[in-house]
Design a protein around this ligand. Structure first.
Ligand SMILES: NC(=O)c1ccc[n+]([C@@H]2O[C@H](COP(=O)([O-])OP(=O)(O)OC[C@H]3O[C@@H](n4cnc5c(N)ncnc54)[C@H](O)[C@@H]3O)[C@@H](O)[C@H]2O)c1
Ligand SMILES: O=C(O)C[C@H](O)C(=O)O
Length: 330
């Protein structure tokens, strides 16, 4: 039996992500939680003739507790999205507190659940989640993931003309680091099946993956950021976690994890100088079974990208940790 929960289920990501989870035959129970509109979203999805039994909750009447109790997988797309001109870090002020409070609920009501954080800025909200779980004495680094799959999905899509694959998702295009601008590091030297990016196209492609989020923010012109592609990516990652938990072998996805707590991660932390980092992770019944180090043999260009990534990432991580350890005055 698999119970999946979406926190922020009525939002731009939350609704299509809940639809995909409702339609997924691997999900037996689906609980939706949001501060608004869950009754309507739940009633609507409940008419779909799929396996999952669906329930919806608002904060009243211990809604968060009821949503989370018995959860195996919790996906968090709660929080405000960007408008043109904003960075993801500009969302910290509001989203940091939202993620902190929701993860307090996870620590209390479903401490063993796999927790998948989508809310931005991911580079800071995942460290926030880790600190909250640590403070509650229930932190298992193998069960906490920052969802960076959209960067991978974009890299697969934007390189399709070179991979020549009919289905771009069949390519493996590793993207490592964090989830914002220069902290996003596509490793085109490590693609499989292998293909070459022409030198005169390389820089623009790197920038497109790094700033793909801005393309959508600008096109939506004030109405938010990526929602549908994020629901696709979030579902792809959630489904991978569920399949691995059910015993499927050989599932590897890049994800933002606390390296020192995952087998193989300490070596990557030492090489990069950061404890939270997105790297290909082998998933298994207990979550993140192994962090895979793909830094060996990267090109000089990629080394430079990595340096810029680590500089930005350090500050983002520190900001998240501090927010929980030394909370700002109310
Ligand atoms: N990780 C990624 O790759 C990625 C990609 C796209 C968007 N995002 C982020 O995901 C977040 C959500 O984006 P969106 O477009 O769905 O926004 P949205 O505003 O459409 O939806 C957010 C939802 O969260 C709900 N919410 C707010 N506070 C809550 C709380 N305390 N508890 C439960 N629910 C709460 C809102 O009511 C709303 O329904 C943003 O922070 C955005 O930046 C991340
Ligand atoms: O760009 C954003 O703010 C949303 C998301 O992080 C994205 O990459 O699309």
């Amino acid at each position: 039996m698999v119970k999946a929960v979406v926190l922020g289920a009525s939002g731009g990501i939350g609704q299509p992500l809940s639809l995909l989870l409702k339609a997924c035959p691997l999900v037996d129970e689906l609980a939706l939680y949001d501060v608004v509109n869950t009754p309507g979203v739940t009633a609507d999805l409940s008419h779909i003739s799929s396996v999952a039994k669906i329930t919806g909750y608002l904060p009243k009447d211990d809604g968060l507790k009821h949503a989370l109790t018995g959860a195996d997988v919790v996906v968090i797309p709660a929080g405000i999205p960007r408008k043109p001109g904003m960075t993801r870090d500009d969302l910290f002020k509001i989203n940091a507190g939202i993620v902190r409070d929701l993860v307090k609920g996870i620590a209390e009501f479903s401490p063993k659940a796999f927790t998948l954080v989508i809310s931005n800025p991911v580079n800071s909200t995942v460290p926030i989640a880790a600190e909250v779980l640590k403070a509650a004495g229930v932190f298992d680094p193998k069960r906490l993931f920052g969802v960076t799959t959209l960067d991978v999905v974009r890299a697969e899509t934007f390189t399709q003309e070179f991979s020549k694959l009919k289905n771009p998702s069949e390519a493996t295009v590793p993207v490592i680091g964090g989830h914002s601008g220069e902290t996003i590091v596509p490793l085109f030297s490590k693609v499989a099946p292998g293909f070459q990016i022409p030198a005169d196209r390389y820089e623009a492609l790197i920038k497109r993956v790094q700033f793909g989020g801005d393309e959508v923010v600008q096109a939506k012109d004030g109405a938010g950021s990526a929602t549908l592609s994020m629901a696709f990516a979030g579902f792809r990652f959630a489904e991978a976690v569920i399949k691995a938990a059910k015993g499927e072998k050989g599932i590897v996805e890049p994800t933002f994890v606390y390296l020192p707590g995952v087998e193989g991660g300490a070596e990557i932390a030492k090489a990069t100088g950061v404890d939270f980092f997105s790297t290909p992770v082998e998933l298994g019944p207990n979550g993140a079974e192994k962090a895979i180090n793909i830094l060996g043999g990267i090109t000089e260009q990629e080394k430079k990208l990595l340096e810029a990534c680590v500089t930005g990432l350090k500050g983002n991580i520190e900001k998240g940790v501090e927010f929980v350890k030394n909370p700002p005055p109310k």
